[in-house]
Design a protein around this ligand. Structure first.
Ligand code: GCU
Length: 434
């Protein structure tokens, strides 16, 4: 039974707090125009600075090369993330006996900026059987929080939504979609394994349409705009939203701020990796079937996989304007996606894929792990413990992890089982049911 619905009507129960923003904002640097960059048909060495100097110490990686790579990815591809903003959080709905009493389920409004900016609505489920703070998966969803659970206290998003989703009419969510995507997030399985999950609809931050101005996006537009063609695209805005969620969960007494994993599917997998690469508070990343613009090579040699030109044409709002200048010449990019993975070092990353999802380039993604591995070794960490791509169904659970399963482009309960196995391996198996 739903124990308490916290709303304006029960003002005294409203919880509200202010959190300090993360220091992930990167002041813009100036780099050469794309046509002035040298051609690199081979993958750029992540351990060589843009000026050709080799990185020779861990400190140099941390102080120079890592910030340079963060700036290069923002300058040439994703755009500079908007500056962080302080947040306030207010519980909108709570059920302390969700999933037959196994979890506390909440929806929390996370507000940024002036009071007319709509909040991010965060769905948070926390296992009730716990000895201390629990690890947490953070990620954006495509379908709205109401689609993940049946609880009628979880609000319907009011912003633009993908038309192909169950229950969506005229680009708006309706009651018909409630609970219809519960298999995609399989929340109960994570609860049973001792993990909390925190998720919100990506459209709360920036609806996935070039010309729709809803969610936090209009506010973010006001706060950016100074870097012209190097300004943020939608994937960077989503990553900014993930950072605000991390601001919130880092201060939550029931959540372990040292065991924050970020997860996302496809375009939201690209977002997950970018968010984690730019923010060291995130301890582990699982970009699932992320593909082009995320985990697969920009220098693509797989004819079945998506190319930079194709993604920039189909989804021009995902990246910044500068990235389009590489459409016909990816060899000029001063990085490839292995450098984004290398920014995670020495933190664990799992690239998970599906055999029939050639569009996301499973083989190319394995190559990106191989090319990121030297940075992990350089920092004294372990990296990819597999010489070859594993057969379907076999999890490589080394610090740089890989998984390929039979089937198509989707996120399933079985995928989540693998995510949990990988997290258990790196976070330490959890004592559940104490
Ligand atoms: C399209 C796009 C991919 C993206 C995918 C998704 O297929 O080309 O880059 O990952 O949508 O987000 O589902």
């Amino acid at each position: 039974m739903c124990r308490a619905t916290l709303s304006a009507a029960v003002g005294l129960l409203i919880l509200s707090a202010v959190f300090t923003p993360a220091r992930s904002f990167m002041a813009p640097l100036h780099f050469p125009e794309p046509d002035k960059l040298p051609s690199h048909p081979e993958l750029p060495d992540p351990l060589v600075m843009l000026n050709g100097e080799r990185v020779t110490s861990k400190q140099q990686w941390i102080d120079q090369r890592r910030p340079e790579l963060k700036a290069l990815f923002q300058y040439y591809m994703y755009g500079y993330l908007p500056p962080p903003a302080p947040i306030t959080a207010k519980i909108e709905h709570e059920d302390t006996k969700a999933f037959s009493g196994k979890a506390t389920l909440r929806e929390v409004a996370i507000s940024v900026g002036p009071s007319d900016v709509p909040p991010i609505h965060l769905l948070l489920v926390i296992p009730n059987q716990r000895k201390g703070p629990v690890p947490v998966f953070v990620g954006l969803n495509f379908c709205g929080n109401h689609a993940l659970v049946k609880d009628r206290g979880i609000r319907l998003p009011t912003v633009w939504m993908y038309p192909q989703l169950p229950g969506v009419k005229g680009h708006r969510a309706t009651e018909a979609g409630r609970g219809k995507q519960s298999d995609v997030w399989a929340l109960e399985q994570s609860i049973d394994r001792g993990y909390a999950v925190a998720t919100c609809y990506n459209g709360d931050i920036d609806p996935d349409q070039k010309d729709v101005r809803e969610g936090i996006q209009p506010y973010l537009r006001k706060r950016a705009g100074k870097h012209g063609p190097h300004d943020w695209g939608t994937i960077a805005a989503w990553a900014w939203g993930v950072h605000r969620v991390v601001d919130y969960i880092s201060t939550h007494k029931d959540l372990d701020k040292n065991r924050i994993a970020v997860v996302g599917h496809s375009r939201l997998g690209k977002t997950a990796l970018l968010a984690a690469a730019l923010d060291e508070r995130i301890a582990l990343a699982i970009p699932h079937q992320a593909g082009c613009g995320g985990t697969s090579p920009d220098r693509n040699d797989n004819p079945k996989a998506e190319t930079v030109q194709r993604i920039n044409t189909s989804f021009p709002h995902w990246f910044n304007d500068t990235f389009k200048q590489f459409n016909n010449d990816t060899d000029k990019l001063p990085f490839d996606q292995h450098c984004l993975i290398a920014l995670m070092a020495p933190r664990p990353v799992l690239l998970s894929n599906a055999v029939e999802d050639e569009w996301a380039n499973p083989r190319g993604q394995f190559r990106m792990l191989q090319a990121a591995d030297p940075v992990y070794r350089f920092l004294g960490a372990s990296g990819l413990e597999a010489k070859r791509m594993p057969p379907p169904g076999k999890l490589i659970d080394s610090t740089l992890g890989y998984y390929l399963r039979p089937g198509k482009h989707s996120m399933t309960k079985e995928d989540w089982k693998i995510f949990l196995d990988f997290a258990d391996k790196h976070f330490g198996k959890l004592a559940v049911n104490p």
